[in-house]
Design a protein around this ligand. Structure first.
Ligand code: PEP
Ligand code: MN
Length: 339
């Protein structure tokens, strides 16, 4: 349920509605808008009786939200969500196109600084790199862990680059939140509900990758878990799903972008590196992601992809990244986006 206040409702009237929602043991979420405040209600398992709330002073109307995801739905929040990134001064959201790039894993300090300097020189203000890596094999490189996070913190401090890094376990939530500007939740954890609840308590935006066999509705329900905890800054990220196709690592489902935009107000990114698994296909799918309406891309870029400790085959080298940036910068303004 969404309680829409009149445009001239007073702060006391808004507070009274919030209090009444709490009295019936439900959770209010205040959504200030450009002309009026709306209060979303979650926590109900059945329909909420609107009559009590509608009778309160300052209430314009109560709207029933029909979708199972509430806070993530466009029914609840008409306008596209904008997510400001403090470290870089960027806004993620409509009319922009944000590139986040970097190696799959933090391998050592030198390659992270080299990557950050290269990215910044090409106008890329956010570095992605995993300190905790979800690997299919227990014998594969698992990431540098806390030492990796310490490197990421140093590179942000020294260069001002924004950091995107993955959280795999609730145990490291505080450490990852501190080291990052955006917390990544990987495809394998899209339905790790304890982890989703934990990042719902974080004060950093969350990049939520789509589960490799998740429907759009399941994905939005996972976003809902994070938002229900009070963290409304969720960025969706399509990274490819499992299909019968075997010409690429996954099938990058760009066709999910228009329906995701219709159903939800959340920004959506595309990860063409995991989506294709092959560096040769990454530029075409990055440009296609921009054309399909994505708000940004997350790509793997490595100073020496042949020697990468993870995902080298899908990582662009620096000249490849530079060429892609040039193409994106040419295409973005034609589609009304700034970069
Ligand atoms: C990654 O971003 O390096 C990663 C492991 O991604 P995904 O969760 O999409 O496989
Ligand atoms: Mn990777």
């Amino acid at each position: 349920m969404l309680v829409v206040m009149s445009s001239d409702a007073s702060a006391e009237q808004v507070a009274r509605v919030i209090e009444s929602i709490r009295t019936i043991n439900l959770t209010p979420h205040t959504l200030p808008g450009p002309t009026r405040t709306a209060i979303a209600i979650t926590g109900n398992t059945g329909a909420v009786d609107a009559r009590v709330l509608e009778a309160l002073p300052g209430v314009k109307e109560c709207i029933r939200v029909t979708k199972p995801y509430k806070l993530a739905s466009r029914e609840m929040h008409k306008h596209d969500t904008v997510i400001p990134i403090k470290t870089t001064g960027q806004d993620i959201g409509p009319k922009t196109f944000t590139v986040i790039a970097g190696p799959c894993s933090v391998e050592n300090e030198k390659m992270i600084f080299e990557s950050a300097e290269f990215l910044l020189s090409k106008g890329i203000k956010m570095l992605r790199a995993g300190a905790f890596k979800p690997r299919t094999s227990p014998y594969a490189f698992q990431g540098m862990g806390l030492d990796g996070l310490a490197i990421l913190k140093r590179v942000r401090e020294k260069t001002g680059i924004g950091i995107v890094t993955e959280l795999m376990d609730t145990e490291y939530a505080e450490a990852v939140e501190e080291a990052s500007d955006i917390i990544q939740i990987g495809t394998r954890n899209m339905q790790n509900f304890s982890l989703l609840k934990r990042v719902g308590k974080c004060r950093k935006p969350v990049l939520l990758k789509r589960g490799m066999s998740a429907t759009l509705e399941e994905w939005l329900m996972s976003a809902e878990y994070i938002m229900a905890g009070g963290n409304y800054q969720v960025i969706l990220c399509e990274r490819g799903v499992r299909t019968f196709s075997d010409h690429s690592r996954n099938t990058l489902d760009l066709s999910v972008i228009p329906p995701a935009k219709t159903l939800s107000h959340l920004p959506i990114f595309v990860d063409p590196s995991h989506g294709t698994g092959k560096r040769a296909y990454v530029p075409a799918m990055s440009l296609a992601g921009l054309a399909a309406g994505a708000d940004g891309i997350l790509i793997e870029t490595h100073p020496d992809p042949e020697r990468a400790m993870s995902d080298g085959a899908q990582s662009l080298d620096f000249p490849g990244t530079e060429k892609l940036m040039t193409q994106l910068k040419q295409m973005a303004p034609l589609l009304g986006r700034t970069m």
